[in-house]
Design a protein around this ligand. Structure first.
Ligand code: FE
Length: 444
């Protein structure tokens, strides 16, 4: 990208800690008058997740003041939602109403006499992977019948925001970018919301759901993973925050006053939630069997700097403890550990890992390896005409539960289903950005 002659010199790229070090001292949304000369502000879209960088707003959490021009962003800035770098962004121009109308009139109505005999593609899952799949298929074929089955309303939202929404003072209902119904209309998709996929009959190419059976020409499993619970944490007594609905209910339960929250599990999700709830004014006790938070990564890179950053926040980290039980005491809860400690809480959150529910895959006899085993390049499962992507899959036994790969996976699957030139999926090592805004970390 060329730099316009009137733009100021770019700040020299430095380590992220340097950028963040400055952020906290910046006034929020400080206008940068010098760069606004002449040109209107532009928007840039993240190719991986759809996050839009708006020059007018900047990205204050990352130290980019309102008015920061895209070309002035350091090269090591990364997408605050999915973690890809600046080079994965491109200029975004919102389509005009006229353009949208023209696009809509090009698309023949899908559910008509010509396509009625086609079963088309059935997608299971209304999260990011499911909708990315629908987008990629629709981009490849304007007339393909697509049905999306979702256990919830399938509203479109950015899941990474669930762990930074309080710090950003975002109301839970403002997290929905587009309702499931609107997304379905826009993409000409038949949406079966609040519908559970129960069983796959691969012989007859039928998916049985709680609202009847659906035939498919191709089936795509994009139903994600579920939060796992150790036996000591009964589901009725603790929250599992892996989707918007649960998050909205938690926020409602927390209400507007400061509460005591015990979070069990100090991995990525637990640490991000602890950080966000503390910034939101709640008192957090974070428990983990490991001695440090983020124990999957070297202590000096992850756990120790995080604990240092948390010194000024109401977060009490207790490492090396095994939770042995949770009881309800009146309107509150008591969390006990095997070593005899007790913690009182208004709410208890379990952040003890994710696992793919095996039932649907087992019903079709799909190969399984800690998740739905797919071919690394094609993302096909072991059964013909069934693909899978997103959090529910494993490649060589490894899950990758991050945002960035999903759009690329969807393009791979769409090309295969629509008979286009193959787009082999490239497995890349994950770079994890921990959205602990007091001390953002980049982990490899
Ligand atoms: Fe992104």
């Amino acid at each position: 990208m060329s730099t316009p002659a009137h733009a100021p010199a770019s700040p020299s790229p430095g380590p992220l800690s340097h950028i963040y070090g400055e952020v906290r001292d910046l006034p929020l949304a400080a206008p940068v008058a010098a760069v606004a000369v002449g040109q209107p502000f532009r928007q840039y879209i993240c190719d991986a997740c759809g996050y839009i960088y708006d020059e007018a707003l900047g990205d204050v959490d990352s130290g980019l003041a309102a008015g920061t021009r895209f070309e002035d962003i350091p090269d090591d800035w990364y997408c605050p939602l999915c973690g890809v770098t600046k080079s994965d962004f491109e200029l975004f121009e919102a389509p005009s109403i006229e353009a949208l109308r023209a696009q809509a009139s090009q698309h023949a109505p899908v559910w008509n006499a010509a396509t009625r005999h086609q079963a088309g593609v059935v997608i299971v899952g209304g999260g990011r992977a499911g909708w990315q799949m629908a987008e990629a298929l629709r981009a490849a074929d304007a007339a393909l019948p697509i049905t999306l089955v979702s256990a919830c309303a399938a509203d479109v939202y950015d899941k990474p925001l669930l762990s930074i929404a309080m710090a950003r003072q975002m109301a839970p209902d403002k997290l929905v970018k587009e309702s499931g119904a609107d997304a379905a209309r826009r993409l000409n998709v038949r949406l079966l919301a609040h519908t559970d996929a129960v069983r796959i009959c691969a012989d007859t190419r039928t998916l049985r759901t709680t609202r009847g059976s659906l035939r498919y020409d191709h089936l795509v499993l994009a139903h994600g993973a579920q939060a796992t619970l150790p036996a000591a944490l009964p589901a009725a007594l603790c929250w599992r925050i892996n989707h918007l609905g649960a998050y909205q209910r938690l926020r409602a339960a927390l209400g507007d006053s400061a509460k005591d929250v015990v979070i069990v599990g100090a991995g990525l999700i637990g640490s991000e939630l602890a950080n966000d709830l503390a910034l939101g004014g709640h008192r957090v006790t974070l428990l983990d069997v490991a001695a440090q938070p983020l124990a999957r990564w070297p202590t000096d890179e992850a756990g120790q700097p995080l604990l240092t950053a948390w010194e000024d926040l109401p977060i009490l980290f207790k490492g090396g403890v095994q939770v042995s039980g949770v009881e309800r005491i009146g309107t509150r809860y008591r969390v006990s550990t095997a070593c005899g400690q007790r913690f009182a809480a208004d709410q208890v959150i379990a952040a003890t890992g994710l696992a793919t529910a095996p039932r649907l895959a087992q019903s079709a006899g799909l190969a399984w390896n800690h998740g739905i085993a797919v071919d690394a390049a094609s993302l096909r499962t072991s059964v013909e005409r069934i693909h899978a992507l997103g959090d529910c899959i494993t490649i060589n036994g490894q899950a990758s539960r991050f945002i960035e790969p999903i759009a690329r996976q969807a393009r791979t699957v769409a090309a295969a289903i629509c008979g286009q030139e193959p787009v082999p999926y490239q497995l890349k090592p994950a770079v994890v950005r921990v959205k602990t805004t007091t001390h953002p970390l980049t982990l490899h």
